[in-house]
Design a protein around this ligand. Structure first.
Ligand code: C2E
Ligand code: CA
Ligand code: CA
Length: 570
């Protein structure tokens, strides 16, 4: 089947422009077998039709000598018109000299008069249309629709081709507009796109004298590859000024990270990820517009990459251990050990002890957290079983469930399998889900959490009050325990507003009929204040930091002794 004949089920349209009727009819007869043909008797008429007609023409066959407006004028006008620039034009002429001239002016091919071989003419038209459509596909993958800059894919392909010919030292720049999503939210996506378009155009203008190329990499991130400059602050300042004028907002900081490209083995993609790392580092800073990738950042990147690649090894070779921090019920005569939170620890063969505060956020970003969490869940379940055998008590343990886990379709099955494998009661394994996990995709989360609760898991809303909690969330998302974020406890004694907030949360929890766990309790006074406010459960250094399973066994023994003593007294 000839793909040339139709576009989207419609015949392609060809415009024949000639002042002699006999020529129009002759050509029309040849082409109408394959195309929908329209006619114009001079250049002016042709321009009107080209300007008005939708869905446009795939090809123009153009006579050069015509009254009113000749063919050369038509070519010139089309080439100057943004919409008509790429419509292929074949000129029809009997003069050899005019052929060269018209091709120079921008025609793609010519047909000599008089027309003798219809098949040849038809084949020529087909080929020209095919070529022009292929080119337009290339154009559309080459250019970003919103900004007119290169697309990311084309940018890197082009960069690779440039590399062997470079003579000057080059820089990789990553430009990022912070909080650009606000523009989309406040002014609408269309306006957001328009603003990005202006910024893209400006960037392109700035790049030309620097002999650079630029692309839009993601929504509000631009990549630039250009000859090394002494400084980039003035470029950023100017773009920032434009951005301010366009958005009438001052709070969209534009920042650039720079990597000085070297002849090392690193791939261009890595140059840009380094520039991006430099950019990320200053994204929250007010006075710094640009930053270069330096050794410190290099080490950080290498460190992170190493952590990523060592996860599996740590799982296989017990590099991860699970620590347990006790939670105590505080409303009775004496604090009673009720449960524990499982917290992962990493003793790395090279870096030594690595804080979860470092690797958890990293693994949350790249999804590796699912592996780590699964390991911790299994370990915790095995530990519950061991303590049960050792002490005859089933101490519930909470495990952390990261936001990424929520989007894992196998989550429910994984947890049920673990529970079955260690013959745990439904309530033995409790799930802590951080509050920010609730904000993103509430619908899916409500779904997942509801199903888990139906299966008997107890859900604790972790870090409550640290993020963008909405009261609405409290009523739509089912949970069993509220875990007050540590910052409240930390400041409640010195800051009366924080104390008041704790009271409000207690009231809320009472209204919802769920217990409150206060985290980060370090001092006796905090404990007393919380007890007075009606807080049920407390976790923190005051009682114990997270400890190994072995040390935790001692806490259980102590609890059992105290329990016995209390019984003995009564
Ligand atoms: P989190 O879930 O809020 O865990 C409580 C953190 O507070 C723990 O830090 C704990 O050691 C610390 N902490 C407990 N009591 C006190 C106190 O009295 N004072 C102070 N200053 N800190 C206290 P850790 O173990 O470093 O964990 C940090 C975070 O890493 C955790 O915060 C949790 O979000 C995450 N995390 C830890 N283990 C895991 C895990 O297995 N899976 C997932 N997804 N996240 C984990
Ligand atoms: Ca937690
Ligand atoms: Ca917490």
């Amino acid at each position: 089947m000839k793909r040339l004949m139709t576009a989207g089920g419609m015949k392609r349209r060809v415009l024949i422009v000639d002042d002699e009727m006999i020529n129009r009819e002759l050509l029309g007869a040849i082409l109408s077998q394959s195309y929908e043909v329209a006619f114009a008797a001079d250049g002016a008429e042709a321009m009107t039709m080209l300007a008005e007609e939708e869905p446009g023409f795939s090809l123009v066959l153009l006579d050069l000598m015509m009254p009113v407006m000749d063919g050369f004028e038509v070519i010139a006008r089309c080439r100057a018109d943004k919409r008509l620039r790429y419509v292929p034009i074949i000129v029809m002429t009997s003069e050899k000299t005019a052929e060269v001239k018209s091709i120079r002016a921008g025609a793609v091919d010519f047909i000599t008069k008089p027309y003798d071989m219809p098949e040849v003419i038809l084949a020529r038209c087909e080929r020209i249309i095919e070529l022009s459509e292929d080119k337009s596909i290339i154009r559309s993958t080459e250019r970003d629709r919103v900004t007119g800059l290169y697309t990311r894919g084309y940018f890197f392909a082009y960069l690779q081709r440039l590399l062997p010919h470079l003579t000057a030292p080059m820089d990789a720049l990553v430009l990022n507009i912070n909080r650009f999503h606000l523009v989309n939210e406040l002014l609408g996506h269309q306006e957001g796109d328009r603003i990005l378009g202006v910024i893209g155009k400006l960037l392109m203008e700035k790049m030309t004298p620097l002999r650079g190329i630029a692309c839009r990499s993601e929504s509000d991130t631009f990549f630039v590859f250009a000859e090394r400059q002494n400084e980039y602050d003035s470029l950023i300042k100017e773009l920032q000024k434009q951005l301010g004028l366009l958005t009438k907002a001052h709070d969209l900081p534009l920042r650039a990270g720079i990597y000085h490209c070297q002849d090392d083995a690193a791939e261009p993609e890595i140059w840009f990820s380094r520039a991006k790392a430099a950019c990320d580092r200053i994204s929250g800073q007010y006075n710094t517009l640009t930053a270069s990738f330096n050794n410190e950042l290099h080490e950080q990147t290498v460190f992170r990459e190493r952590l990523n690649s060592d996860v599996q090894d740590a799982i296989d070779n017990r590099g991860f251990t699970v620590y347990y921090q006790p939670k105590y019920r505080i409303q009775g005569d004496r604090p009673v050990l009720t449960s524990a939170e499982a917290l992962v620890r990493w003793n790395h063969p090279v870096f030594g002890f690595v804080s979860p505060g470092v690797f958890i956020p990293l693994f949350e970003k790249n999804g590796l957290i699912c592996k780590v969490d699964y390991y911790v869940w299994c370990e915790a379940a095995a530990q519950i079983q061991r303590w049960r055998e050792q002490y005859g008590i089933a101490l519930p343990v909470s495990v952390n469930v990261s936001r990424v886990d929520i989007f894992d379709n196998a989550l429910e099955k994984k947890l049920l399998d673990i529970r079955a494998a260690y013959s745990l009661d439904p309530g033995a394994l409790m799930l802590e889900i951080t509050e920010s996990g609730y904000a993103d995709n509430a619908e899916q989360l409500v779904d997942v959490v509801t199903r888990l609760r139906d299966r008997g898991f107890k859900i604790e809303m972790d870090d409550f009050g640290s993020g963008y909690s909405s009261l609405n969330m409290l009523t739509t998302i089912p949970f069993d325990v509220l875990k007050l974020d540590m910052q409240f406890v930390r400041h409640m004694l010195s800051d009366s507003k924080k104390q008041r907030l704790v009271e409000v949360v207690m009231d809320l929890a009472a209204f919802l009929e769920v217990p409150v766990v206060a985290e980060g309790v370090e001092e006796e006074e905090q404990l007393r204040a919380l007890r007075a406010l009606g807080c049920d459960i407390v976790q923190g250094y005051y009682f114990s930091p997270p400890v190994s399973a072995e040390r935790f066994g001692e806490l259980i023994e102590k609890e059992l002794q105290e329990k016995n003593a209390a019984h003995g007294n009564s």
